[in-house]
Unconditional design. Structure first.
Length: 311
């Protein structure tokens, strides 16, 4: 009896695969690391999606190395999944085929005629400049953690960093005198991000007034530390965002990534160049950044409809 395929691939599902498929997946992971320089989380995601496909093939009695376009279509037709999930899995399978070609395990491309699903355009939630200002003024500056939160929020909004980039920021990556930081983002790409004198002021205050209290021995290499002196993680910072959201009276609490959206949209609202925003965000494709022009345009229409007497 065929085992039921779940929505995510875990260790139990890995054990259901044949030994040859398990070894193939391991080689695929090495390929993504060594040839594509992908991050560990991305590699695990790709392997998880391909693992589901391999499990499906074996349960259909099909050899993994000889799957066809029809097998791929049957794989996606077996259950209802979101368009974004389908696109992600298809992307993983395309990388899997490139791996098979590179390893000379097969010469053709069974995905050549498979079209990418049309993604539904969903505009990101963007905080208003007034709401961001309220957030920045929320921390209690009489406490060390409040000073830390103030510096983190100021830097997050000033640079548009991803939350994972913010909490992993090290001293060597921050150049206070020149007012910029260097960060290696997705795909190992390094980018330089400037910040203003205002943000520099709060970073210096945090380092001189608060961090020495939180980590008096200076043991942590990361810039921002927890109340106990250890490194902060993404979940902890999400809790900080929620705390201040409740404090300023928000009914719908944003995620830390919302500040990245605000950074990009507010720059465009103030006539920043789209390609400059692309570089600051670390987007590899301009089309990814263009979503923020739609956000800015929608906001402009909302203001027009609200304010113009003949709207």
């Amino acid at each position: 009896m065929a085992a039921k395929i779940g929505r995510t691939a875990g260790s139990e599902q890995l054990e259901q695969l044949s030994l040859s498929s398990q070894k193939l997946l391991a080689r695929f992971g090495d390929y993504l690391l060594l040839e594509r320089s992908m991050a560990k989380t991305s590699i695990n995601s790709y392997k998880s999606d391909v693992m589901l496909f391999c499990l499906f093939l074996e349960q259909q009695g099909q050899e993994v190395l000889h799957f066809t376009q029809e097998d791929v279509q049957a794989f996606f037709a077996r259950e209802e999944i979101k368009t974004s999930t389908q696109a992600r899995r298809l992307g993983a399978l395309r990388s899997f085929v490139r791996f098979l070609n590179a390893e000379e395990l097969r010469e053709d491309n069974p995905l050549k005629s498979v079209e990418n699903p049309k993604k539904e355009r969903k505009l990101p939630l963007v905080l208003s400049e007034q709401t961001v200002e309220a957030y920045l003024n929320a921390p209690d500056l009489t406490k060390a953690v409040g000073m830390r939160d103030k510096a983190m929020l100021e830097l997050l909004y000033a640079t548009g960093l991803r939350v994972s980039e913010l909490v992993s920021l090290t001293f060597s990556e921050v150049h206070l005198d020149e007012q910029y930081l260097i960060k290696r983002g997705k795909g190992g790409k390094e980018r330089m991000i400037p910040f203003g004198a205002h943000t520099r002021h709060w970073l210096i205050r945090y380092l001189t007034e608060a961090r020495v209290e939180l980590d008096p021995q200076g043991r942590e290499k990361v810039l921002f530390v927890s109340q106990k002196g250890g490194a902060l993680d993404r979940q902890s910072f999400w809790g900080i965002i929620k705390k201040y959201g409740r404090q300023i009276g928000l009914t719908s609490l944003p995620s830390p990534h919302t500040f990245r959206h605000a950074f990009a949209t507010h720059l465009l609202n103030h006539d920043a160049d789209l390609r400059a925003v692309q570089l600051l965000l670390g987007h590899s494709a301009l089309t990814t950044t263009q979503i923020y022009t739609h956000v800015a345009n929608e906001r402009m229409h909302q203001l027009f409809n609200k304010a113009h007497p003949r709207a």
